[in-house]
Design a protein around this ligand. Structure first.
Ligand SMILES: [Fe+2]
Length: 278
């Protein structure tokens, strides 16, 4: 859901928040780990979902680092991207502790929660060169589209790509597994092969991406995830996605009579990215 209200204020923390990190990734990594451990200890629910978010964060940081290297980004840009990747989902822990869900629609927008934590805890106070870029990137990382005035925010573009690539990994590994599907992973959509949304198909055919609100079935969700190839910002992100095989596996079970052309559009775009190094 698109953030519309930047004034979300956090409830009081039930523990002493760690001192702000010093400049540099090493200190931020320690702060993040300490903060996540405090949240996990304070959480009355099982810790499995917290561990998944820790693994996701590690992977998004790795993806962001690869994109920055491939795109020959400057040290300053790379630093901003890695900070944004590290903190993009920092609000997930508090979200789960308070609401026992990762659904923003049943709690709060987690991009806003993450940004509020960074501000309230002064996490970026020793990073004056990149603080506002990182804060904006975190706040907007999960918005359907980046606002026009943020098109120069490299950290936002990189973290959005790095995040999408890892979400595809997570959902592919779940949907390719033995089942049954976990309702939260498939957005509680029905797994009925005859149900489909023409809007989701048309978006893929037009090389664009539909919204979650357009989905009618698990198959639509598979196609939507595949169409994320059109939403990536960098050629190296598309190459990374193409090399991982997640899109092929997600699209493989789709019935040819309904999704055939849309599937072909996505797979040929993916092949082109890989072949051309485009
Ligand atoms: Fe997120």
């Amino acid at each position: 859901m698109q953030p519309v209200d930047n004034t979300f204020s956090l409830p009081p923390f039930p523990y002493a928040v760690p001192e702000p990190p010093q400049q540099g990734m090493a200190s931020h990594a320690v702060w993040f780990k300490t903060y996540a451990a405090l949240e996990t200890a304070a959480c009355p629910y099982e810790r499995g979902p917290m561990d998944l978010k820790l693994a996701h964060t590690r992977q998004v940081v790795d993806n962001a680092r690869s994109i920055c290297t491939s795109e020959s980004m400057s040290d300053r840009e790379t630093h901003a991207c890695l900070l944004a990747a590290l903190y993009h989902d920092v609000g997930r822990f508090l979200q789960y502790r308070i609401w026992k869900t990762f659904k923003d629609s049943q709690s709060q927008n987690h991009g806003l929660i993450s940004a509020a934590i960074l501000e309230t805890c002064h996490v970026l106070q020793n990073e004056p060169d990149v603080a506002s870029e990182v804060l904006d990137a975190v706040r907007w990382h999960n918005a359907p589209h980046l606002p026009k005035d943020m098109q120069d925010n490299v950290a936002a573009k990189v973290v959005r790509d790095a995040d999408k690539i890892d979400i595809l990994r997570v959902i592919d590994s779940h949907l390719s597994g033995p089942g049954p599907y976990e309702p939260t992973v498939i957005l509680s959509l029905p797994d009925d092969p005859r149900l489909f949304s023409q809007r989701v198909i048309d978006c893929a055919l037009n090389q664009s991406t539909a919204s979650y609100g357009d989905l009618l079935s698990v198959n639509d969700f598979r196609l939507l995830l595949g169409s994320w190839v059109f939403a990536l910002n960098y050629p190296s992100s598309r190459r990374m996605l193409a090399s991982q095989g997640h899109v092929e596996r997600l699209l493989a079970p789709l019935p040819q009579d309904i999704y055939g052309e849309a599937k072909k559009t996505i797979l040929s775009a993916l092949a082109k990215s890989q072949k051309a190094g485009a």
